[in-house]
Ligand binder design. Structure first.
Ligand SMILES: NC(=O)c1ccc[n+]([C@@H]2O[C@H](COP(=O)([O-])OP(=O)(O)OC[C@H]3O[C@@H](n4cnc5c(N)ncnc54)[C@H](OP(=O)(O)O)[C@@H]3O)[C@@H](O)[C@H]2O)c1
Length: 272
C-alpha cells in the first residue's frame, strides 16, 4: 500500500510467482485502490505434479489460468495480461486470437509478451491489442536491445524492463564474494550477474558508475541504473523487485532525478 501512496501505478506479477501467492497478496493489498493502478500479470508457465516447470499457451490453459488470476487478484479485469513464455507449440496467431477474444469479453484490457522476439518469428506488424513487450534489460544485460528498439519504435508499443537492477547487483552493495543467505536464488549459477567473469565485469562497471555519481550528490547507484534505462530507452517502464519500504523510497525518488545526456552516453559505451 505504501507503493500506491508514493505514486507507483504499475504492479507486475504472474500466476506462477509463489504458485499464486503473489497475485493473492496483490489483490488483497490493493483492495479499493485497484482501479487506481495498472495490474499486469502473466500466464503460460505451469508446474507439473513433480514440481517441474513447463510452458503452455493453449486455449484450454489460457481459459483456466485467466479465471484463476482474476479470482486471486480479486478483480473483474486485468489491465495487462502477458504471455510469460511462448510454449513453441501453440501458433502465435492463435495465442493472439484467444487474447483478443478475452479483450472483447472485457476480461483483459491489453495484452503483452515477455521474453519473446516476434520479429525473429517473422511477425512484421503489431498484433491488434498488443500493448507491450518485456525482456530482462539493464546496464548489465543489454542482449535484447535491438529487438526492443525495433518493436517499440516500429510498432509504438511500450517496454517493461525486468531485472532492471541486475537482480540487485546494480545496488552496489555486493562485492567480489557476494554475501547471500543460503536459500537466496542468486546463489544459483544461472543468476550469472553474481558469478565468475560476469560478476567481475559488473564490479568494474559499478566502479565507473561510482565515479560518475560524484557529479550527482543526491543520487544512489540503484537510482542511476534505473535512470539509465528510462533515459536510454524512452518508451520504457522499469520493473523493480523491491523488498522493503526503504528500497521502495529509494526507487521512487529516482523519478525526480535525471542524468546528463553525456553520462547516459558514457554508461552506454561502458556496457556495450
Ligand atoms: N517477464 C519475466 O519473465 C520476468 C522475470 C523476472 C522478473 N520479472 C519482473 O521483474 C521484477 C523485478 O525483477 P528481479 O527481481 O528479477 O530483478 P531486479 O529488480 O533487478 O532486482 C531485485 C533485487 O534488487 C534488490 N533491490 C531492489 N531495490 C533495491 C534498492 N533500492 N536498493 C538496493 N537493492 C535493491 C533486492 O534484493 P536484495 O536487497 O536482497 O539485494 C531485490 O530483490 C519482478 O518482481 C517481476 O515482476 C519478470
Amino acid at each position: 500500500m505504501r507503493a500506491v501512496e508514493r505514486g507507483v501505478t504499475l504492479f507486475d506479477t504472474a500466476d506462477c510467482y509463489g504458485a499464486g501467492v503473489s497475485e493473492k497478496l496483490l489483490g488483497a493489498t490493493l483492495g479499493k485502490k485497484r482501479k487506481e493502478v495498472v495490474v499486469a500479470t502473466k500466464f503460460g508457465v505451469r508446474i507439473d505434479r513433480d514440481g517441474k516447470t513447463f510452458f503452455d499457451n493453449s486455449r484450454k490453459w489460457l481459459d483456466e489460468a485467466l479465471e484463476a488470476s482474476l479470482r486471486r487478484l480479486r478483480t473483474e479485469y486485468i489491465d495487462l495480461y502477458q504471455v510469460h513464455y511462448w510454449d513453441r507449440k501453440t501458433p502465435l496467431d492463435e495465442v493472439f486470437e484467444h487474447l483478443t477474444e478475452k479483450r472483447q469479453a472485457g476480461k483483459i484490457r491489453w495484452y503483452g509478451i515477455t521474453n519473446l522476439d516476434l520479429l525473429e518469428r517473422g511477425i512484421r506488424t503489431a498484433p491488434e491489442g498488443l500493448a507491450s513487450c518485456s525482456f530482462e534489460y539493464s546496464l548489465v544485460r543489454r542482449h535484447h536491445e535491438r529487438q526492443i528498439l525495433s518493436m517499440t519504435s516500429d510498432w509504438g508499443i511500450g517496454f517493461l524492463s525486468w531485472g532492471s537492477l541486475g537482480q540487485g547487483i546494480l545496488s552496489g552493495k555486493y562485492g567480489g564474494a557476494p554475501q547471500l543467505e543460503e536459500s537466496d536464488r542468486r546463489n544459483r549459477p544461472d543468476y550469472v550477474n553474481f558469478h565468475g567473469n560476469k560478476l567481475q565485469q559488473n564490479l568494474k562497471l559499478i566502479k565507473a558508475m561510482r565515479q560518475r555519481l560524484g557529479l550527482y550528490p543526491n543520487m544512489t547507484l540503484a537510482q542511476m541504473a534505473i535512470r539509465w534505462v528510462l533515459e536510454y530507452l524512452k518508451s520504457s517502464a522499469v520493473l523493480v523487485g523491491i523488498k522493503t519500504c526503504e528500497q521502495l523510497e529509494e526507487i521512487v525518488r529516482a523519478s525526480d532525478a535525471s542524468l546528463r545526456p553525456e553520462d547516459v552516453a558514457f554508461l552506454e559505451r561502458m556496457t556495450i
